[in-house]
Design a protein around this ligand. Structure first.
Ligand SMILES: Cc1cc2nc3c(=O)[nH]c(=O)nc-3n(C[C@H](O)[C@H](O)[C@H](O)COP(=O)(O)OP(=O)(O)OC[C@H]3O[C@@H](n4cnc5c(N)ncnc54)[C@H](O)[C@@H]3O)c2cc1C
Length: 479
């Protein structure tokens, strides 16, 4: 058992994985000009375990052994809160961008632990033993993980069986004595280019007819037949001055194609038990939405800080409409923080004592964040002004003919010159506009499930009996 250094992590992803970027196969993801930014960003998780400031939060000590806290199977509210704090701290170091190379994978592992026991009890399978062995492999080797859950899905109104072709959902095409052969494609898979293992989960409930689609497994990313087509979104070169948040860091998403991939049985965690597909899908999502609301906290803090900074520099901090917008932003962010903590406090354990955050509160937190995100952007952009998208470049400040003129004319209140104000403006611009701001905005609405998925879970998780009984009592209606 051992923690890895950042360099050991980087060395471990130099293998013969099949990655395409803008039509070309990538020979080495750690040196590719764009993907290496994602590698650098992911290395943060490994740097934190070595950093005295974060070590206590980032590392769990059990007996003489140490491992990354991400792998700690939650057994209490305190475990959930510490996990949330670690995710928040890592994202803050990542300049509002979640690191995710252990967060999402452990969300899946916790859910697989909880559901596999139930599957084994009904079908006399031995999935839990396989999940436990895989979990130990990941924890003891400090591995980086991705989760491919979202299928390409084709016609959204139809299930796997009724699609224009049979491969819109990932499926088993052959069962062999030593394992299964899998075909299909998942989309939006984060970090796949630069992790060690890929966990695959079902994305929805499945019927008896969908048995071959009720599928969960894990494989190394360099398994033959796995083809990763990386998205070039946000991949244009940027300077530190123009884009202080995103110039040197990034997450990669891929379309993850399983071109008849062989998976040995000891890595298969569901193969046909369709009546548990929803339990795995939702079990993962509940942990993952808690991860989401935890990693949104530095983002909403950055929005408040940006509004404060620009209001001050623009000399409008005391204006009535600005105070009104600040109060809105503070309430927005602090409601998210309170709900996130409450999701852990209301968390409960299953028969084995594995804790999960409260589903109702987690979904309320995620829905609150996502539903109001664009309004938050509107307030920050309103306070900052149009220079978010019209300012000069770093070269113009360096040019002796224009530099001093820009310092003079682009300044704000007394003491704020044009270069300082442009730096602040560029940070807010990177956060709220352009490809990084746009990435955050779409991430807010879609990642970890769409708004409608969260609403569905709120209505499912809310127990209406208490309030209905109270209304009847108020009305004098006897049961
Ligand atoms: C940046 C980013 C990173 C992500 N990372 C990962 C990852 O690492 N792993 C992973 O597995 N997934 C990941 N996701 C996927 C994310 O969970 C999905 O985007 C989300 O579930 C929505 O799916 P979709 O994008 O296919 O949109 P769609 O499902 O097509 O949604 C579009 C619209 O259609 C509606 N809709 C869909 N189905 C129906 C229906 N049957 N009836 C009525 N309306 C419907 C939705 O409510 C929504 O309004 C990521 C997404 C993003 C944006």
């Amino acid at each position: 058992m051992g923690l890895r250094t950042p360099q050991q992590y980087i060395d471990s992803i130099r293998d013969d994985r099949t990655v395409f970027y803008r039509g070309e196969q990538v020979a080495d993801v750690t040196t590719h000009p764009i993907i290496k930014k994602a590698v650098h960003h992911a290395a943060l998780d490994f740097e934190m375990t070595e950093d005295p400031e974060y070590r206590e939060l980032a590392v769990v000590k059990e007996g003489g052994d140490e491992y990354s806290r991400y792998f700690k199977i939650p057994a209490s509210t305190d475990d959930l809160l510490k996990r949330s704090q670690l995710i928040e701290a890592a994202t803050a170091l990542g300049k509002t961008l979640v690191v995710l190379v252990k967060e999402i994978g452990t969300d899946a592992l916790f859910a697989l632990h909880r559901v596999s026991r139930q599957v084994d009890q009904k079908y006399e399978t031995d999935y839990l033993r396989r999940v436990q062995a895989f979990y130990k492999h990941c924890r003891d080797n400090d591995l980086a993980l991705s989760v491919a859950q979202t299928d390409v899905k084709g016609d959204r109104s139809a299930g796997p069986q009724n699609q224009p072709h049979p491969d819109y959902y990932t499926r088993i095409v052959e069962r062999r004595a030593d394992g299964i052969v899998v075909r299909g494609a998942k989309i939006h898979t984060s970090c796949t280019t630069n992790v060690n293992e890929l966990i695959v989960l079902p994305t929805r409930a499945m019927s008896e007819a969908d048995k071959d689609y009720a599928l969960a497994f894990a494989i190394p990313v360099n398994t033959p037949g796995v083809k990763l087509v990386a998205s070039p979104y946000g991949g244009s070169p940027k300077s530190e001055f123009d884009a202080p948040l995103s110039a040197d860091r990034k997450m990669m998403e891929t379309i993850t194609i399983f071109d008849d991939v062989f998976v040995p049985w000891d890595r298969v965690f569901m193969a046909g038990e369709h009546d548990f597909a929803a339990a795995i899908a939702l079990g993962f999502v509940e942990y993952h939405r808690f991860t989401a609301v935890s990693y949104k906290l530095p983002l909403v803090d950055a929005l408040i800080g940006s509004a404060l900074l620009m209001a001050d520099m623009n000399g409008i901090a005391k204006a009535a409409h600005v105070r009104d917008k600040m109060i809105w932003l503070i309430s927005y962010a602090e409601t998210l923080r309170a709900l996130t903590e409450m999701a852990a406090i209301r968390g409960t354990g299953d028969a084995d004592g594995i804790f999960a955050p409260d589903a109702l509160t987690t979904n309320m937190a995620k829905y609150h964040f996502a539903h109001h995100y664009h309004e938050a952007l509107q307030h920050v952009q309103d306070i900052a002004g149009g220079m978010l998208v019209t300012g000069p470049g770093v070269e113009d400040f360096a040019n002796p003919e224009t530099g001093d003129l820009l310092r003079k004319y682009l300044g704000g209140r007394a003491g704020i010159d044009g270069e300082v104000r442009t730096r602040a403006m560029n940070m807010v611009s990177d956060l709220t506009t352009g490809d990084f701001g746009g990435y955050h905005a779409v991430l807010a609405i879609h990642a970890e499930g769409s708004l409608e998925a969260e609403k569905l879970m709120i209505s499912r998780a809310y127990d209406s009996r208490r309030t209905l009984a109270y209304a009847k009592k108020l009305a004098g209606i006897q049961e």
